[in-house]
Structures are given as C-alpha cells and as structure tokens.
Design a protein around this ligand. Structure first.
Ligand SMILES: [Zn+2]
Length: 203
C-alpha cells in the first residue's frame, strides 16, 4: 500500500493506494489500482495493462442472457457506448477503470440513470420526504410505482425497463469499447476487435 498522496478532492485527507495484479486470459496481466481518501471517502479505481498495447476498439453484440457474464476490462481512458440505450461512459481523469462483466456495465448505466433523475425525484417528493419502503423494488418498478412522472423520469423508466429486458435476454444491444491507450478489452471470441496502429508506424 502506498500512502502520502494528498486527496485531489478535499485536499486535506491522505490517499491510500493499493495495487493488485490480475491475470486475464487472452489479454495478459493487468494492474488494478484503488485509491481511497481517509478524509472524504473519495474513491478512484483504474486498470493498466502490464504489456504495451495498441489503441483498440471492441464491438460485442449482446444477444443472450449468458452474454452478461462476458468479462470486460475498462480503463479510465476508454469510451464505452451502448447505442441502443443512448448510453455513453466517457473517459477522463474522473473516470474509473475496472474489471467487470457485461452485467456490471449495465448496472453502472442503471446507477447513472437513477442518479440523473434524483433532483426530479426530490421535486415531486411529499413534504415529509416519505417515499415509503422502496428498498426491495427494482429501479424501474420503483419509478412505475409513483403516480406522476416528469418527462425525464419517463425516459429514465424506459431505459431502465430496457436494461431489465436485456438482462432477461429479451432484447439485444451492442457494447462498444474504444480505448486509445489499449488498456481495455472484451474477453470473448464473439467480440470484434479493431486494432489501431501504433503512432510510430505512422511516421
Ligand atoms: Zn479526500
């Protein structure tokens, strides 16, 4: 564990950084880093390949329930797109890198959709703030259970419904990973891989 970095968010807490090396079949060794601030609980994760990689793009048709288990490595440099959902996970300094699977990606999209409508939920919440016990309902059903939805909430409910259908294998989507650092991958024979050229080849 590495200590002593100052947290970029609260600028007072110390960051504890741990590194783990994973062996990913057909991809190689990956180092996963987790940084955690002891002060404000800011958390950042990333993955980096221990081999040199060329820029890469993966395209996977998610067609059946078992496709949800396909492993996905996403670095913080990677753009993730699911055109059918209008969803995009953008790269950058604040983006997390992670080792997950297709279902994990869908869960992240689900979380992002829920987060995007939180202000609307607050506006329509009764004065006493009581929304009842909703903890056992899925996000889509939670929205449907409410009487009046804003248009943003209706759109969110549609996306959440679609995600549920994908998870049940009833709807197909395309998962696209585009990573100029080459540190990302979809580990499946069915994923189409488009490898970019290294910069030095272009000279
Ligand atoms: Zn902090």
């Amino acid at each position: 564990m590495y200590k002593g970095f100052i947290c970029p968010v609260c600028r007072t807490g110390k960051l504890n950084v741990t590194f783990n090396i994973h062996e990913i079949p057909y991809f190689g060794e990956i180092m996963e880093s987790v940084a955690l601030c002891s002060g404000c609980h800011y958390r950042h994760t990333d993955v980096i390949s221990l081999q040199e990689k060329a820029p890469v793009k993966y395209i996977l048709k998610v067609e059946r329930e078992e496709d949800l288990n396909i492993r996905v490595v996403r670095s913080s440099q990677c753009k993730v797109e699911i055109p059918e959902l209008g969803a995009e996970i953008t790269p950058g300094a604040a983006a997390d890198g992670f080792i997950s699977n297709v279902e994990g990606i869908l869960n992240r999209v689900e979380d992002a959709v829920m987060t995007s409508i939180i202000p609307d939920t607050r506006q329509t919440r009764p004065a006493n703030g009581d929304l009842g016990d909703l903890s056992d309902l899925s996000p889509a059903r939670r929205l449907k259970g409410r009487k009046k939805l804003t248009s943003k909430e209706q759109q969110a409910a549609r996306i959440l419904d679609k995600i549920r259908r994908i998870k049940e294998g009833k709807e197909k989507i395309t998962l696209i990973l585009d990573d100029p650092s080459g540190n990302s991958a979809i580990i499946s024979d069915r994923a189409e891989k488009v490898e970019g050229r290294r910069r030095e080849d272009e000279i």
